[in-house]
Design a protein around this ligand. Sequence first.
Ligand code: SAH
Ligand code: SF4
Length: 443
Amino acid sequence: MTNRYYIQTFGCQMNKHDSERIAGHLHECGFKPALGLEQADVILVNTCYVREKAMSKVFAYLGRLRLLKNTRPDLIIGVCGCGAQGEGKALMERMPWVDFISGPQEVLRIGELVSQVRSGSSHLAALSMPDLDFEKLPLVQPHRDDSLKAWVTIIEGCNNFCSYCVVPFVRGRERSRTARAILQECQELVGQGYKEVTLLGQNVNSYRGPGRQTYSFPELLDLLARESGLGRVRFVTSHPKDLEHSLIEVMARHASLCPFLHLPVQSGSDPVLAAMNRHYSIAHYRDLITAVRSMIPDIGLTTDIIVGFPGETEHDFQATRSLLEWVRYDSAYIFHYQVRSGTAAAQMVDSVPLEVKLARLAELVELQNTITLEKHRALLGKDLDILVEGPSKRGQGLFSGRSGSNVIVHFAGNTHDIGLFRTVRVQEVFAHSVKGTLRSSTG
Ligand code: SAH
Ligand code: SF4
């Protein structure tokens, strides 16, 4: 029997990294990657549960896998991640061609589940959430696709229970890794030639490194900047209620800590923020933005916004619009509110009609697109230091990379630029990226 796996990932960077851990686990169990669905003996679908739309994509994909399974009955199909945890066994009742499901805390049991299915078991569910400390989990070497940029988890789970959000229910309580383990993983990545690491957590600011010496998140960043040897460190996601001034200071102090902050605001209205259980006011949020910009003037700022939260009035929406105009984010992920069962907001009246939600969404997207383009235009003639990642998606023999502030930059380069830091002068701008010419080598 051949042992080839294929993983299809939906959702956030954390899910993408979980898929790398699942791949690493499967390699340890003797599996090899399949080149495509057709060659796979085991297909895993790693799912996102945050919005209903994400789950409908998963169901559509699983529907297509049914056809494949009809032609190859020995094919094993597993659904893992947040969607598996959220839907539970109902998923296999609805889609009986799925052989097993496993939640985000059970990904390292997938090898065992595949063996059980091969021995004749069906419709297995591994959904326990023991919230184990990292040190108690089996170590797994992630199997990473990228050889320059890596994700490193620093904290799992979430304790915030924002009223709209299902994440705390499917990923469990917060658990931080020790600073030592994180530093060691980063140093190993440097040894393997990695140039950039993105630290992952639902709320990195509540990181509290356990162990003999405890570390706050700013202290962890300081440690990594001093001792990891990484050229660049980024992190997502920051919760505004927990962002300390010491974080801004440490970012300003170290060149390797990228001038970039994803700081989801969700709404520009205090009453809506209170109903969302976010625990900060817009005045506080604006103070944070002012402090960050005064200490790190070239900071790249992005956010998440939900429009049409229960009770959101036109006045509340206009407050969100004003906030976007005031902050002038580099980009924003804007969603319309979708009820998630089990959350506190599911008990509230979903008062904003869908067409109003969609109109507000479209209005904000248009506003943000205008701002993003204006910000790109302001870069014309300026030099950006980028890490060259590879051939550009725009083709034409171009190469591309990102600035520390996360702007995508295209330029006419060479394969030997890949993995190096280069300076590019911006000469043309687009909606989602800029283009320029190579100035010099910076490292
Ligand atoms: N931990 C991160 C990411 C959470 S999920 C954070 O705190 O920002 C990513 C984004 O999805 C959220 O920031 C929010 O904007 C959006 N989101 C979450 N639940 C939602 C819901 N029920 N409806 C619409 N958008 C939602
Ligand atoms: Fe969800 Fe809020 Fe936790 Fe982010 S901080 S994962 S939005 S509950």
